[in-house]
Design a protein around this ligand. Structure first.
Ligand SMILES: Nc1ncnc2c1ncn2[C@@H]1O[C@H](COP(=O)(O)OP(=O)(O)OP(=O)(O)O)[C@@H](O)[C@H]1O
Ligand SMILES: [Mg+2]
Length: 236
Protein backbone atom coordinates (compact mmCIF):
# COMPACT_ATOMS: atom_id res chain seq x y z
CA UNK A 1 0.00 0.00 0.00
CA UNK A 2 1.11 3.53 -0.76
CA UNK A 3 1.98 5.91 2.05
CA UNK A 4 -0.25 8.96 1.74
CA UNK A 5 0.72 11.07 4.73
CA UNK A 6 3.97 10.92 6.64
CA UNK A 7 5.73 12.78 9.42
CA UNK A 8 9.46 12.25 9.88
CA UNK A 9 11.53 13.46 12.82
CA UNK A 10 8.91 16.05 13.74
CA UNK A 11 9.76 18.18 16.76
CA UNK A 12 7.69 20.95 18.21
CA UNK A 13 8.02 23.16 21.26
CA UNK A 14 5.87 26.11 22.30
CA UNK A 15 7.52 29.22 23.64
CA UNK A 16 5.75 30.78 26.54
CA UNK A 17 7.55 33.93 27.67
CA UNK A 18 11.05 32.77 28.59
CA UNK A 19 10.04 29.16 28.98
CA UNK A 20 10.03 26.56 26.30
CA UNK A 21 7.42 23.83 26.49
CA UNK A 22 8.70 20.86 24.50
CA UNK A 23 5.83 18.80 23.12
CA UNK A 24 6.93 16.54 20.25
CA UNK A 25 10.42 15.03 20.30
CA UNK A 26 10.82 13.32 16.96
CA UNK A 27 7.54 11.93 15.73
CA UNK A 28 7.70 9.40 12.92
CA UNK A 29 4.40 8.29 11.48
CA UNK A 30 3.22 6.88 8.17
CA UNK A 31 -0.41 6.65 7.16
CA UNK A 32 -1.66 4.69 4.17
CA UNK A 33 -4.44 5.90 1.91
CA UNK A 34 -7.78 4.80 3.26
CA UNK A 35 -6.39 3.89 6.64
CA UNK A 36 -8.26 4.74 9.85
CA UNK A 37 -5.74 5.53 12.58
CA UNK A 38 -6.77 6.29 16.16
CA UNK A 39 -4.44 8.53 18.16
CA UNK A 40 -4.46 8.11 21.93
CA UNK A 41 -2.37 9.54 24.73
CA UNK A 42 -2.69 11.48 27.96
CA UNK A 43 -4.04 14.99 28.10
CA UNK A 44 -1.20 17.35 27.19
CA UNK A 45 0.76 14.66 25.33
CA UNK A 46 0.58 16.62 22.06
CA UNK A 47 -2.24 14.94 20.11
CA UNK A 48 -3.85 18.19 18.96
CA UNK A 49 -0.41 19.62 18.21
CA UNK A 50 0.39 16.64 16.00
CA UNK A 51 -2.90 16.89 14.11
CA UNK A 52 -2.33 20.62 13.54
CA UNK A 53 1.13 19.95 12.11
CA UNK A 54 -0.12 17.19 9.81
CA UNK A 55 -2.96 19.40 8.54
CA UNK A 56 -0.71 22.42 7.94
CA UNK A 57 -2.32 24.54 10.63
CA UNK A 58 1.10 24.93 12.22
CA UNK A 59 4.70 24.15 11.24
CA UNK A 60 7.22 21.83 12.89
CA UNK A 61 10.42 23.26 14.40
CA UNK A 62 12.35 20.45 12.74
CA UNK A 63 11.35 17.43 10.70
CA UNK A 64 9.07 17.21 7.70
CA UNK A 65 5.51 16.35 6.68
CA UNK A 66 4.92 14.67 3.34
CA UNK A 67 1.81 14.08 1.27
CA UNK A 68 2.13 11.40 -1.42
CA UNK A 69 5.89 11.65 -1.06
CA UNK A 70 6.02 15.42 -1.54
CA UNK A 71 7.19 17.65 1.29
CA UNK A 72 4.30 19.97 2.24
CA UNK A 73 5.22 21.65 5.54
CA UNK A 74 7.37 24.26 3.81
CA UNK A 75 5.17 25.07 0.81
CA UNK A 76 4.26 28.66 0.00
CA UNK A 77 1.22 29.94 1.88
CA UNK A 78 -1.12 29.72 -1.11
CA UNK A 79 -0.43 26.05 -1.71
CA UNK A 80 -0.81 25.33 1.99
CA UNK A 81 -4.19 27.14 1.99
CA UNK A 82 -5.26 25.13 -0.99
CA UNK A 83 -4.33 21.81 0.65
CA UNK A 84 -6.10 22.84 3.85
CA UNK A 85 -9.22 23.71 1.90
CA UNK A 86 -9.32 20.74 -0.47
CA UNK A 87 -7.22 17.81 0.70
CA UNK A 88 -7.65 18.00 4.45
CA UNK A 89 -10.84 18.11 6.43
CA UNK A 90 -10.43 19.22 10.01
CA UNK A 91 -12.71 18.56 12.97
CA UNK A 92 -11.41 20.75 15.78
CA UNK A 93 -11.53 19.76 19.40
CA UNK A 94 -13.40 23.00 20.14
CA UNK A 95 -15.49 23.11 16.92
CA UNK A 96 -14.47 26.60 15.66
CA UNK A 97 -17.84 27.22 14.07
CA UNK A 98 -18.38 30.82 12.96
CA UNK A 99 -20.85 32.31 15.45
CA UNK A 100 -22.59 34.63 13.02
CA UNK A 101 -23.34 31.87 10.50
CA UNK A 102 -26.14 29.32 10.80
CA UNK A 103 -25.39 25.58 10.88
CA UNK A 104 -26.02 25.17 7.15
CA UNK A 105 -23.93 28.25 6.29
CA UNK A 106 -21.07 26.93 8.41
CA UNK A 107 -21.19 23.73 6.39
CA UNK A 108 -21.22 25.74 3.12
CA UNK A 109 -18.07 27.56 4.24
CA UNK A 110 -15.41 25.42 2.54
CA UNK A 111 -17.06 26.21 -0.81
CA UNK A 112 -17.50 29.90 0.02
CA UNK A 113 -13.76 30.06 0.64
CA UNK A 114 -12.82 27.98 -2.36
CA UNK A 115 -14.88 29.56 -5.13
CA UNK A 116 -14.81 32.99 -6.69
CA UNK A 117 -17.87 35.02 -5.61
CA UNK A 118 -19.61 34.73 -8.99
CA UNK A 119 -19.13 30.97 -9.26
CA UNK A 120 -20.23 30.53 -5.67
CA UNK A 121 -23.45 32.46 -6.26
CA UNK A 122 -24.19 30.40 -9.35
CA UNK A 123 -23.66 27.14 -7.47
CA UNK A 124 -25.12 28.29 -4.18
CA UNK A 125 -28.30 26.23 -4.38
CA UNK A 126 -26.46 23.00 -5.07
CA UNK A 127 -23.92 23.74 -2.33
CA UNK A 128 -26.74 24.42 0.12
CA UNK A 129 -28.50 21.19 -0.85
CA UNK A 130 -25.30 19.22 -0.31
CA UNK A 131 -24.70 20.94 3.07
CA UNK A 132 -28.27 20.14 4.10
CA UNK A 133 -27.78 16.51 3.13
CA UNK A 134 -24.62 16.29 5.25
CA UNK A 135 -26.37 17.87 8.24
CA UNK A 136 -29.19 15.37 7.82
CA UNK A 137 -26.64 12.55 7.82
CA UNK A 138 -25.26 13.72 11.16
CA UNK A 139 -28.80 14.05 12.53
CA UNK A 140 -29.06 17.85 12.38
CA UNK A 141 -31.61 18.23 9.61
CA UNK A 142 -33.92 20.01 12.06
CA UNK A 143 -31.30 22.61 13.09
CA UNK A 144 -30.23 24.02 9.73
CA UNK A 145 -30.81 27.68 10.51
CA UNK A 146 -29.68 27.59 14.13
CA UNK A 147 -26.57 29.58 14.99
CA UNK A 148 -23.83 27.86 17.06
CA UNK A 149 -24.97 29.55 20.31
CA UNK A 150 -28.42 28.04 19.71
CA UNK A 151 -26.99 24.51 19.47
CA UNK A 152 -25.99 22.09 22.21
CA UNK A 153 -22.36 20.94 22.53
CA UNK A 154 -23.07 17.64 20.77
CA UNK A 155 -24.98 19.45 18.01
CA UNK A 156 -22.08 21.85 17.45
CA UNK A 157 -19.78 18.87 17.25
CA UNK A 158 -21.99 17.26 14.61
CA UNK A 159 -22.16 20.51 12.62
CA UNK A 160 -18.35 20.67 12.74
CA UNK A 161 -18.20 17.13 11.42
CA UNK A 162 -20.51 18.01 8.52
CA UNK A 163 -18.37 21.05 7.72
CA UNK A 164 -15.17 18.99 7.73
CA UNK A 165 -16.74 16.64 5.19
CA UNK A 166 -18.29 19.33 3.01
CA UNK A 167 -15.18 20.10 0.99
CA UNK A 168 -14.85 16.43 -0.01
CA UNK A 169 -11.50 15.91 1.74
CA UNK A 170 -9.13 13.00 1.09
CA UNK A 171 -7.82 13.05 4.63
CA UNK A 172 -9.90 13.73 7.70
CA UNK A 173 -8.07 14.95 10.80
CA UNK A 174 -10.50 14.61 13.65
CA UNK A 175 -9.72 15.86 17.15
CA UNK A 176 -12.04 14.01 19.53
CA UNK A 177 -15.03 14.15 17.20
CA UNK A 178 -17.14 12.14 19.60
CA UNK A 179 -15.85 13.72 22.82
CA UNK A 180 -19.07 15.60 23.53
CA UNK A 181 -21.56 13.03 22.36
CA UNK A 182 -23.38 10.44 24.41
CA UNK A 183 -22.27 6.93 23.57
CA UNK A 184 -25.16 6.22 21.16
CA UNK A 185 -24.62 9.40 19.09
CA UNK A 186 -20.86 8.92 19.33
CA UNK A 187 -21.24 5.47 17.86
CA UNK A 188 -23.52 6.71 15.07
CA UNK A 189 -21.05 9.48 14.15
CA UNK A 190 -18.29 6.89 14.13
CA UNK A 191 -20.32 4.67 11.84
CA UNK A 192 -20.90 7.61 9.47
CA UNK A 193 -17.16 8.30 9.37
CA UNK A 194 -16.38 4.62 8.96
CA UNK A 195 -18.82 4.42 6.01
CA UNK A 196 -17.14 7.40 4.34
CA UNK A 197 -13.78 5.84 5.06
CA UNK A 198 -14.88 2.71 3.19
CA UNK A 199 -16.94 4.35 0.42
CA UNK A 200 -14.41 6.96 -0.59
CA UNK A 201 -11.18 5.60 0.86
CA UNK A 202 -11.25 8.60 3.15
CA UNK A 203 -8.10 8.47 5.27
CA UNK A 204 -8.80 9.22 8.92
CA UNK A 205 -6.60 10.24 11.83
CA UNK A 206 -8.79 10.46 14.88
CA UNK A 207 -7.84 11.53 18.37
CA UNK A 208 -9.97 9.84 20.98
CA UNK A 209 -10.01 9.11 24.68
CA UNK A 210 -12.67 6.49 24.21
CA UNK A 211 -11.25 2.97 24.13
CA UNK A 212 -14.32 1.50 22.45
CA UNK A 213 -13.97 4.05 19.61
CA UNK A 214 -10.21 3.50 19.30
CA UNK A 215 -10.72 -0.26 19.08
CA UNK A 216 -12.73 0.22 15.88
CA UNK A 217 -9.78 1.79 14.04
CA UNK A 218 -7.43 -0.15 11.77
CA UNK A 219 -4.51 0.88 13.93
CA UNK A 220 -3.96 2.66 17.22
CA UNK A 221 -0.93 4.84 17.87
CA UNK A 222 -0.13 6.36 21.21
CA UNK A 223 1.68 9.60 21.90
CA UNK A 224 3.88 9.40 24.97
CA UNK A 225 6.88 11.49 25.91
CA UNK A 226 6.65 13.29 22.61
CA UNK A 227 6.95 10.19 20.46
CA UNK A 228 4.67 7.74 18.72
CA UNK A 229 4.30 4.17 19.85
CA UNK A 230 2.32 1.59 17.96
CA UNK A 231 -0.20 0.65 20.62
CA UNK A 232 -2.36 -2.14 19.35
CA UNK A 233 -3.90 -3.34 16.15
CA UNK A 234 -7.61 -3.68 16.55
CA UNK A 235 -9.44 -4.79 13.42
CA UNK A 236 -7.10 -7.16 11.74
N1 LIG B 1 -0.15 27.72 21.96
C1 LIG B 1 0.46 27.11 22.98
N2 LIG B 1 1.39 27.76 23.73
C2 LIG B 1 2.02 27.15 24.76
N3 LIG B 1 1.83 25.86 25.09
C3 LIG B 1 0.93 25.16 24.38
C4 LIG B 1 0.19 25.75 23.29
N4 LIG B 1 -0.63 24.80 22.77
C5 LIG B 1 -0.42 23.68 23.50
N5 LIG B 1 0.52 23.89 24.47
C6 LIG B 1 1.02 22.89 25.42
O1 LIG B 1 1.50 21.79 24.67
C7 LIG B 1 1.13 20.54 25.28
C8 LIG B 1 0.40 19.67 24.27
O2 LIG B 1 -0.88 20.26 23.97
P1 LIG B 1 -1.95 19.54 23.05
O3 LIG B 1 -3.09 20.46 22.94
O4 LIG B 1 -1.30 19.11 21.78
O5 LIG B 1 -2.28 18.26 23.95
P2 LIG B 1 -3.41 17.14 23.73
O6 LIG B 1 -2.70 15.80 23.75
O7 LIG B 1 -4.22 17.46 22.55
O8 LIG B 1 -4.25 17.26 25.09
P3 LIG B 1 -5.86 17.05 25.33
O9 LIG B 1 -6.08 15.58 25.39
O10 LIG B 1 -6.06 17.69 26.67
O11 LIG B 1 -6.59 17.74 24.23
C9 LIG B 1 0.33 20.90 26.50
O12 LIG B 1 1.17 20.76 27.62
C10 LIG B 1 -0.09 22.34 26.31
O13 LIG B 1 -0.13 23.01 27.53
MG1 LIG C 1 -6.18 18.04 22.32
Amino acid sequence: MAIQLAASGVEKAYRKGRNEVPVLHGVDLQVERGEFVAVVGQSGSGKSTLLHLLGLLDTPDTGIVQLEGERIDNLPERRRDNLRNRTFGFIFQFYHLLPELSAVENVMLPHMIRLKAFTYLKQRKAIRARATELLERVGLGHRLTHKPNELSGGEMQRAAIARALAGGPEILLADEPTGNLDSASGQSVLELLRDLNRERSLTMMMVTHDQSIAQQADRIVRLAEGRIEEWATANV
